[in-house]
Design a protein around this ligand. Structure first.
Ligand SMILES: Nc1ncnc2c1ncn2[C@@H]1O[C@H](COP(=O)(O)OP(=O)(O)OP(=O)(O)O)[C@@H](O)[C@H]1O
Ligand SMILES: [Mg+2]
Length: 297
């Protein structure tokens, strides 16, 4: 693992690549590695969709990216700083700059929407301020603005578990907006909502993310959404990147190879689902596949 010291220039976050992965791997026990030697550069402001079959290693990759799961080998370099070399204080600072949206929202159902949204600020507040905010909501105006942005202006004081699944996912999106993270990670954020709502939420996520200059990495089972809304698409299979290119470079053949057609769910192959979700694509031109680590930061 790289042990280069964190420099002040690196910590200032002025580098063009917000994230660099170098030979990143994760193995659970004696199993085959869930993520195998991924090398990847992510530029600021990119919107990246990660697609791949069940068990491909998407969640494992996301858990390493949000620094909740240590890699077995390889390095993660965030804004120029190898995270393995950071002390606890610097690590906390990096964690604040990474926001996560989960499939299961991770909201507290009994709290009002307002409090769940404000919890996006918790990482920046001392404990006394966080506790105080439960009684006297702080940054109310910011929370209201974030809820307006996701179309829930009228739900500020509603109990969170009184909202629908799609509305709760919007609350999770408002929370991450309030956190004001540089990098937003979303692992299957729309897996539990219907297709139309999934489309609306992904569009909202990408639109708001772009407007705010955020870098987005989102895993999706719906290939059509990945190709429609993102600037870059990564195919992940058996823990390895099989392609890394623009959506207009993704071909049905690449998708067929990615999903393999060997997994059948409820009588339908997933490949069929994904192929039908993808718009017709031209035959392959160039595809970047994965890039070697850049020397420039
Ligand atoms: N905590 C764990 N302990 C042991 N094995 C694990 C653990 N987490 C993941 N794995 C294994 O790692 C591999 C990748 O799993 P992962 O959850 O990352 O896949 P995924 O692409 O997110 O799949 P899905 O699309 O179904 O969510 C699988 O073989 C899984 O069984
Ligand atoms: Mg997963």
């Amino acid at each position: 693992m790289s042990q280069a010291p964190a420099t002040s220039q690196a910590m200032s976050g002025t580098t063009a690549c917000i994230l660099r992965l170098h030979l990143l791997s994760k193995r659970f026990g004696s199993q085959q590695a869930a993520v195998q030697g991924i090398t990847l550069n992510v530029r600021r402001g990119e919107t990246i969709a990660v697609i791949g079959p069940s068990g491909a290693g998407k969640t494992t990759l996301f858990r390493m990216l949000n620094l909740s799961l240590p890699p077995t080998s390889g390095s993660i370099i965030f804004a120029g700083s190898p995270v393995a070399s950071l002390g606890p204080k610097q690590l906390r600072a990096v964690r604040r700059r990474i926001g996560s949206i989960y499939q299961q929202h991770h909201l507290v159902g009994r709290l009002r929407v307002l409090h769940n949204v404000l919890s996006g600020r918790l990482g920046r507040w001392p404990t006394w301020r966080a506790l105080l905010s439960l009684v006297y909501p702080l940054d109310l105006g910011d929370a209201a603005a974030a809820l307006r942005a996701v179309g829930l202006a009228d739900k500020l004081y509603e109990r969170t578990d009184h909202l629908s699944g799609g509305q709760q996912q919007r609350v999770a999106l408002a929370r991450v907006l309030l956190q004001d993270a540089d990098l937003i990670l979303a692992d299957e954020p729309v897996a539990s909502v219907d297709p139309q709502l999934a489309d609306e939420i992904v569009e909202l996520l990408v639109t708001l993310g772009r407007e705010a200059g955020k870098t987005l990495i989102v895993s999706l089972h719906h290939v059509g959404l990945a190709l429609r809304y993102f600037s870059r698409v990564l195919g992940l299979r058996d823990g390895e990147i099989t392609f890394d290119c623009r959506p207009d470079e993704v071909t049905p053949l690449m998708l067929a190879e990615l999903y393999g057609g060997d997994r059948v769910f409820g009588g339908r192959s997933r490949q069929a689902d994904h192929a039908s979700a993808a718009p017709a694509m031209p035959l392959p031109t160039t595809c970047l596949h994965f890039q070697p680590p850049a020397t420039a930061t």
